[in-house]
Each structure stands twice: as C-alpha cells, then as structure tokens.
Design a protein around this ligand. Structure first.
Ligand code: 5AD
Ligand code: SF4
Length: 448
C-alpha cells in the first residue's frame, strides 16, 4: 500500500520548488503526497532561516509532531517518520538532532537528492536522526528524478542557487552556500518536460537569479539574458518570469530581453533594501541609490509598462531617521506595484548581528508601519490604475470563493472571475471591473 507523505513548506519560492522535488525523490519509494497531516506516514518540514523566530517555529512544530508520533505509536502501533529540511536544517542540524531526538532525518537544501538513501537508513528505534547537511561536490540536479506530478500552468524552475554577495544582514550565503548556476541543458530539459506536462508560465528561481552564468552545450558560458532568449523559443511557453534579482547583476542582454521578449512579463522584483547610501554601504550592497534609479529608468525605457516590486529592511543597525526618510523618498520616486518589508532581524553568524548600534524594537515597529502604509497606498493605486482595462489573465486554479476561478495578470496581480470563463491553463482577456489592494476582479469580454 502507498505510504503517505505530508510536506509543510515555509519561506521562499525556492523552498516551494524544493518541496516538490523532494516529493519526486520519495515517489519511487512508494510515497504519495497527502494534504492531511493525520494520514501521513512521513512528515517533512521544509524550513526557512531568513528572519527571526524561524528556528523557534520549527521547534514548536516539532513538539506537535512528537505528540502525534507518540499517539500514533500508542494508539495504532504505527510509526510516523519526521524529516526536517531546508535552511534551518542546514544552519542548526546538530542542534535539532540534540534537542529533538524524535526527528528521524535532517537534510540540507543542497543534499536532498540523498533523501531516499537517508530514508532507507531509517531506524524507528534509533534515538538519533540521520543527517546530511553537506554541500556535496556533485550537482543535486543531476541526481533528482524527473517530476513525478505535473506542476500546473504556472511552475517554478530553479536555475541558480546560493549567493556570493554577503550582504551583512543575510544568512543565505551560509545556508545555501556559494553561487551555483545550473548548466543550460539541464534547465532546458526541465523546461521542456514542464511544458509537455501542461505548464505555460515558468518562473525561474535563484537567490541571485540574474547572476546566473551557466555552461552551454558547446562549452561557452551564457549570461542570464541569453538564457531567457533561449527559453522564449520553446514552443508552448507563453509566459516567463524570474526572481530574485540583484541590481549589480543587471546586464545589457537582460535589459534587451525586457524590451524584446514578449513572453517576459512586465513585472520585476528588484530588491534595494534601503534608500540611504550610508545604509546601503553598511549592508555591503555595493551600489548606491542613484545606480538603482538608473537601472529602473533603463528598464522602463525598454518596457514602459514594467511594474516593480522590492524588498525593504527597516531598522538596520545604525539607521537614523534621516536614513529612513531616504528610504521613503526612494519608494516615492520608484512607485512600486508591490513590495515586501521587514524589521531588521539579527541573524547569528552574520556581520551586522554583532553591530553595536542596534535599533530599538519600538523604533523598528514604528518605521515599518510608516513604510508599509506608503507601500500599501502605492499597491492600491497600481491596482486601481487597471480598472476598465482589458488584460490577459492566466487561469491557474479554482478560487477560494465558490463559483469563481483565479489567475494572474501580466503584472502578478491576483484576478478573480466567474468560473464559467475559460479552463485552467488558458490565457484569456478579462475586463477589470473592480480593484482592491490585493486583487482584481475581471469579466470575460463578450465576443459579438
Ligand atoms: N532581517 C530582516 N530582513 C531580512 N531579509 C534577509 N535577511 C534579513 C534580516 N536579517 C529580507 C531581505 C531579503 C528578503 C528575502 O528578506 O529584504 O531581500
Ligand atoms: Fe542575501 Fe544579499 Fe545574497 Fe540576497 S544578495 S541572498 S540579500 S546576501
């Protein structure tokens, strides 16, 4: 009988992608995914370490799973296997094994292709997890089996991992390791398989995706822009996106790609983190605000309808009212369609965590609230600007509200509409009839 696998995913899109690939690795062992944790024979929690409380959240989740495991054993005499994956597993693997001896498997983001081997070593009577948090020399993508289940109309495809930039606040270079670019063929093969299984939109993923520089089959090295041109040639691929990019890795081919590739959607997540040159320098971002403005001007020259999204950190050590005002000013100059913003959270092992000039928690909260108010107003205005327009919407899934389907606009906006319009995977024109901060409502265009 099939064994049931339940995966709980925290954090970024890369983790969503990794979770699906972990399910692929376990499928040949007879594991079938379930949405119901109580049915599971194995639970994987795929963790995120980017901000505070991540580790605490993992430990409280593990506490719940321990109780579940004990009840399962005493009531049904059945085992529940527990695996911890992702960046907390990488950063705190030993600590998890020590504090939560009921965990069976601990696996890091670069080693999850070894899951079947780790699972085969499982011994329910052991009081010690099997651990693999290595950064192996082999490329995990060479060892992952093909996708076991279709990924749907809009799918993620990881092309790059890790980061060599060492922003002083960030754990990624430590948890995901050094920058690594998948070779062209491996990416193109996966893209073709996804398209053959019904995917029409690909979001290319990487911690520093536009730093991708992969080896082509003729031995030459391509830049990221060139990869986009090659993917755009694939029959059946109707939309392309990518995330997350770094301002320093913008390059000529990529600017041209935004101007010339119709499938490349007019939406870009380009985090700047702060609008203050002093703070940008302390963060080791290695560019100033004017460079960021110039990049955006150049992108908008080629693609005037480009919508921008970003990430912001408030309360970085040493941030003054004046620095914060510079961030607000940058936000007002750029005008974002959406953005994510966070209070600075000291990450153990990163340089900024040891700074003395930590900002008071109350000040961080106040600045975050102020910044989010401005960003929310920009997002509402952006969504309202689409009222009465007709736009192409990719139908992705039934909506939460009965009788409706949900999809995405070219600018990543969630759009709801009557379920009778189109089929999942279609791209259909909809007229936008209402807009809120978080979504749009559309109506089909009646053909005459
Ligand atoms: N504190 C707060 N926010 C952080 N981010 C990364 N590290 C930290 C930290 N230590 C944010 C950045 C990044 C996003 C993924 O998370 O804005 O772009
Ligand atoms: Fe972290 Fe900076 Fe690398 Fe992004 S660029 S992953 S913020 S170190």
């Amino acid at each position: 009988m099939a064994k049931k696998l339940y995966i709980k995913t925290y954090g970024c899109q890369m983790n969503v992608y990794d979770s699906a690939r972990m399910a692929d690795t376990l499928a040949p062992l007879g594991y079938v995914e379930t949405d119901i944790v109580d049915d599971a024979d194995m639970v994987v929690i795929n963790t995120c370490h980017i901000r505070e409380k991540a580790a605490e959240k993992v430990f409280s989740e593990l506490g719940r799973l321990r109780r579940m495991k004990e009840t399962r054993k005493s009531d049904q005499d059945k085992d529940l296997s527990i695996a911890v994956a992702g960046c907390v597993a990488q950063a705190e693997g030993e600590e998890i094994a020590r504090r939560a001896p009921w965990v069976d498997v601990i696996v890091g983001p670069q080693a999850y292709h070894t899951l079947p081997e780790l699972v085969s070593k499982l011994d329910p009577s052991s009081r010690r997890a099997v651990i693999n948090t290595d950064f192996p020399v082999e490329d995990k993508f060479d060892f992952l089996p093909e996708e076991h289940t279709p990924r749907g109309p809009a799918a993620f495809l990881s092309v790059q991992e890790g980061c060599d930039k060492f922003c002083t606040f960030c754990v990624v270079p430590y948890t995901r390791g050094a920058e690594f670019s998948r070779p062209v063929k491996s990416i193109m093969d996966e893209a073709k398989r996804l398209i053959a299984s019904g995917t029409v939109e690909l979001s290319l993923l990487g911690q520093n995706v536009n730093a991708w520089h992969g080896e082509a089959e003729d031995g030459s090295t391509w830049n990221f822009g060139r990869l986009l041109y090659a993917l755009a040639e694939l029959d059946g691929l109707k939309r392309l996106r990518y995330t997350t990019s770094h301002p320093l890795d913008m390059h000529d081919t990529l600017y041209e790609a935004h101007a010339n590739i119709p499938q490349l959607m007019p939406y870009l997540h380009l985090p700047v983190q702060s609008g203050s040159n002093r703070i940008l320098s302390a963060m080791n971002r290695r560019h100033d605000r004017d460079t960021y403005f110039r990049i955006i001007d150049r992108l908008r020259d080629g693609r005037p309808d480009l919508a921008l999204s970003g990430d912001f950190i408030v309360g970085f050590p040493g941030e003054t009212d004046r620095d914060f005002a510079d961030t607000l000013n940058l936000i007002n100059t750029v005008n974002y369609a959406s953005a994510y913003s966070f209070k600075y959270s000291p990450r153990p092992g990163t340089p900024a965590a040891n700074e003395e000039m930590q900002v008071d928690e109350a000040v961080k909260s106040e600045r975050l609230a102020g910044l989010q108010q401005v960003l929310a107003a920009q997002q509402r205005a952006f969504n309202h600007s689409k009222l009465d327009q007709v736009m192409d919407v990719l139908i992705e899934r039934p909506a939460n509200r009965v009788g409706q389907k949900a999809g995405r606009s070219p600018w990543m906006q969630a759009v709801h509409f009557n379920e009778t319009a189109g089929a999942i995977g279609d791209i259909i024109p909809l007229k936008i009839v209402s807009a809120t901060q978080n979504s749009l409502a559309g109506e089909p265009i009646l053909s005459v």
